[in-house]
Design a protein around this ligand. Structure first.
Ligand code: ADP
Ligand code: MG
Length: 628
């Protein structure tokens, strides 16, 4: 048999390589910006047309390339950044594989204008599908302008694989944010046709605040800072009460490079254990600085996966830095040791716990006579009759009372469920079990089957969710016109999502009108929302629509699903948080309202709302203590 193995022509090899490095327009942006950063640019600006499918142009003021270098740059494995294999272990540049430009020019039409300091004239080069179409001298600013046109024009299968413009554009924006965060000291801008962002050079914190000014506030963040022989870790983490269910902002950076690192992610998550609701995630922005010799960047073509030589040793350093920050800035709600009776404050539903007061009274001695006065149980803990003054949890919400009757009619009669769960004798005697709040998170009460522990936040989410679903179902939703319409700036993908669901949103009480540029105005919103939550809830709904279209293609979201999603988002934002003190009356209301629902046990996404410790279980706890 004759020899059958042939070397692939470069153009084909480049197309194959492009499959790994360039998956979508956002990958082109990453590679080109990283090249500009490596070229020492202090200003980088991007112009995008049709979500990058028609044009991605980048202008930088870096070193530029000589006439020969620019030709070389498009050859496979041509790089100015390393010379020998050993250099791989002392990398200080973003690039080193010499793959990006040849990959990009294999699947698009590339035009470059570039000039170095030494040359009075620059070079103009056009390459299409790896073939040089034109090269000539030209007048040019110092630096480089690269235009990538008609991406994937010769790879129809890849072009078809691309998502809708709104999704690709949102990928581009996420990539731009990542790059802008890492390169906070550079002036950077992006113009997508409908949205322009210009960022001034600044500190890491300023950059975070500038990029996410619509969704993140300075007071949400806690600084993290540690410097050891192995690693320096600096940056910010979010306070636990700002943990998010969707789109948490999570950024890990090592030596100026974004990375995905599930192991370190886990370490951070562990620190928030028990501090945040299940299913929510904190935001974090952490920069690691390590000796470049101790990491391997060359694991994956996109260079986002990084192997740390000292991973195991860094784990405890990271964990203690994060915990220290959570503890030092009193992010953990804690009991006020100064008062030994529970201090009850009026509920301000959904309020965020203020700075907890960690202090203790050095004069307090529980064995002294005078201490007994403190010990007197507050009269508010006396068993009281169940009477639903649920309205107090809906204060200021005009529609709650009207819909209450309707909502109870459809559910299992409250009395039936309550008597099944609570002690019959007590119910008959017209008293309800004592409710106590524990750790500002749980309501403790007794039930027929044992000691009941209710998660206050989940209980309220469940109640609000059901209530809201019912109201939207029978069109009894009350929309309030805002005295001062709230302006919200929407990115491309959020605008696309809005176009998709604007009518359904109106049915839910949200009326949003176009204002100017990327700005929209919220004219009215569901009455049950607190004013400061309106904008956040709308953005979360739009983001959830975008996420769905990213996950399930561009199928229209059914209005029922949207209704359920919106109900959950609003319930979560309106529900009492952990860390908020409740009055006994509020706890009783919450309990009685919860058990008037057909399925009080689980939240809409299947989390336990309450648990019961039986007498036997409690007994066993004492037995095992005896063995110890
Ligand atoms: P790598 O970045 O891995 O070296 P690339 O294919 O991305 O490979 O780029 C090839 C070479 O082209 C780089 O090593 C660099 O010398 C040059 N280059 C690319 N972009 C620029 C730019 N914007 N300014 C100056 N030189 C550049
Ligand atoms: Mg590169």
């Amino acid at each position: 048999m004759s020899d059958i193995i042939k070397l692939l022509p470069d153009s084909v090899a480049n197309q194959i390589a492009a499959g790994e490095v360039i998956q979508r327009p956002a990958s082109v942006i990453k590679e080109l910006v990283e090249n500009s950063v490596d070229a020492g640019a202090t200003e980088i600006s991007l112009t995008i047309l049709d979500a990058g499918k028609t044009l991605i142009q980048i202008v930088d003021n870096g070193t530029g390339m000589s006439e020969t270098d620019v030709r070389m740059a498009f050859e496979r494995h041509a790089t100015s950044k390393i010379r020998k294999a050993d250099d791989l272990f002392h990398l200080r540049s973003m690039g080193f594989r010499g793959e990006a430009l040849p990959s990009i020019c294999a699947i698009s039409e590339v035009e470059v204008r570039t000039r170095t300091d030494e040359n009075p004239l620059g070079t103009h080069l056009v390459i299409e599908a790896s073939k040089v179409k034109m090269q000539e001298a030209c007048a040019a600013e110092r630096g480089t302008v690269i235009s990538v046109k008609r991406l994937f024009f010769n790879v129809p299968a890849r072009r078809k694989f691309l998502k809708s413009d709104s999704v690709e554009l949102s990928n581009i924006m996420r990539e731009f944010e990542r790059l802008a965060l890492v390169n906070h000291n550079l002036r950077m801008s992006i113009d997508t046709g409908s949205k322009t962002i210009s960022l001034r050079p600044g500190t890491f914190r300023q950059r975070i605040e500038e990029i996410w000014k619509n969704s993140l506030k300075s007071e949400h963040l806690l600084p993290v800072n540690t410097d050891t022989r192995l690693v320096k870790i600096e940056g910010f983490i979010s306070r636990p009460e700002f943990a998010r269910r969707r789109n948490p902002l999570q950024y890990l950076i090592v030596n100026g490079r974004n990375m995905r690192h599930p192991y370190f992610h886990k370490a951070i998550m562990n620190c928030y254990d028990q501090l945040i609701a299940p299913g929510t995630q904190p935001c974090y922005f952490l920069m690691f600085t390590v000796d470049p010799d101790t990491i391997d960047v060359n694991i994956h073509p996109t260079k986002n996966e990084i192997k740390f030589e000292n991973e195991q040793e860094i784990w405890p350093i990271l964990t203690s830095a994060v915990k220290l920050s959570l503890g030092r800035f009193s992010a953990v709600p804690s009991i006020d040791f100064n008062s030994d009776t529970v201090e009850i404050q009026p509920l301000r539903g959904g309020e965020v716990p203020t700075e907890p007061r960690i202090s203790f009274n050095p004069d307090y001695n529980p064995f002294l006579e005078s201490a007994k006065e403190h010990k007197n149980i507050d009269s508010r803990y006396r068993p009281t009759k169940v009477e639903s003054n649920w309205q107090s949890l809906y204060e200021g919400l005009p529609s709650s009372r009207q819909s209450e009757g309707a909502s109870q009619e459809q559910s299992v009669p409250a009395d039936d469920l309550q008597s099944a769960i609570f002690d019959q004798n007590e119910i008959q005697a017209g008293i309800t079990p004592i409710c106590l709040q524990y750790s500002l998170k749980y309501i403790i009460t007794t039930s027929h089957d044992g000691l009941m522990i209710i998660d206050q936040h989940r209980a309220h989410v469940k109640i609000l969710y059901e209530d809201y679903l019912k109201r939207t179902g029978n069109s009894s939703i009350v929309s309030q016109t805002l005295m001062f319409p709230e302006t919200v700036s929407l990115d491309e993908s959020q605008q696309a999502a809005l176009a998709e669901v604007q009518d359904d949103l109106a049915g839910l009480g949200f009326n949003v009108e176009y204002s100017d540029g990327t700005d929209w105005q919220i004219m009215s919103a569901p009455a049950m929302l607190k004013p400061h939550d309106i904008r956040d809830v709308l953005l979360r709904i739009l983001d959830s629509v975008t996420e769905d279209s990213a996950n399930y293609g561009n199928e229209q979201l059914s209005s029922t699903t949207l209704r359920e999603k919106a109900a959950l988002i609003m319930a979560r934002s309106g529900a009492i948080r952990r860390g908020v003190r409740l009055t006994v009356k509020e706890m009783e209301d919450l309990t009685s309202r919860l058990f008037s629902l057909p399925d009080p046990m689980l939240t809409p996404n299947g989390n336990k709302v309450y648990t019961i410790l039986s007498e036997q279980q409690i007994g066993r706890l004492f037995d095992s203590a005896a063995i110890l």
